[in-house]
Design a protein around this ligand. Sequence first.
Ligand code: GLU
Length: 300
Amino acid sequence: MNANQKTVVRFAPSPTGPLHIGGARTALFNYIFAKQRGGKFILRIEDTDKERSEKKYEEDILSGIKWLGIIPDEIYRQSERTEIYKRHLDALIKNGAAYVSREAKRDGAEGEMVEVVRFKNPNKRVAFSDMVRGEVSFDTTELKDFVIAKSVTEPLFHLAVVVDDFEMGITHIIRGEDHISNTPRQILIQEVLGFSRPIYAHIPLILAKDRSKLSKRKHGEAVSLAHYRALGYTPEAIINFLALLGWHPSASDASEVLSFADLVAQFQLERVQKGGAVLDANKLNWLNKHYTKKKDMIGE
Ligand code: GLU
């Protein structure tokens, strides 16, 4: 990235469920980072999985981030960009970096065949420098020739992400740690397409009190932003709370009560912790009390 390049970040949720609290935090970290650098914040709806994507979830995501005050500069939907992916997929096949493979359909009936597109894995070590996790290196050999499209017209997740990040001029990819193992595949695709590499920052998972990964199956409604909104928490308290999931101000005596403007002034992506961030309901309640009291006082 050259010094004059404008910062462009994206929040790229899949609309397969309501906005997750971890997703809201990813959106927030991206948004703060863009604001700090006078950059652009893109919302990209990753709805290539037609079976699992639903309009109501897209609406929930958009309404959730807007309620928090996170307003995208641009919005895209992957389902409307198929032509762009196809163009790049054709180029990959043409130059031999990917190939059509006729094979037995997974979970299909006996003898049922499909034609998928596989990426020709150069089987090498991929290393990248992550703003949160430092130097990361993977041997890609075990990934084999992975599938990048279900057919010549249906590109899958990794290809769509790489193409979009390039086409949208994304400079920094700030996303959940659960995507770190996708990064080597995405870098391999980027390299053969001749795209420059964005800067990565993988932020820690959000954990429940017992340090298990926060999941819908185990923790129910408490994983979605709408749950907190319905309970009457204020957006100011939620923003403040989300910012403290994996980050805290640098001075040890600094206040943990931080407005959005304070966060833009103080947040440092490089200081986000590597380890999981435990969701502490007491802290949320404490922050919410602070903000609601303040509101009442202004109202008097
Ligand atoms: N669509 C992915 C998700 O919802 C995120 C992809 C990315 O940030 O690169 O988990």
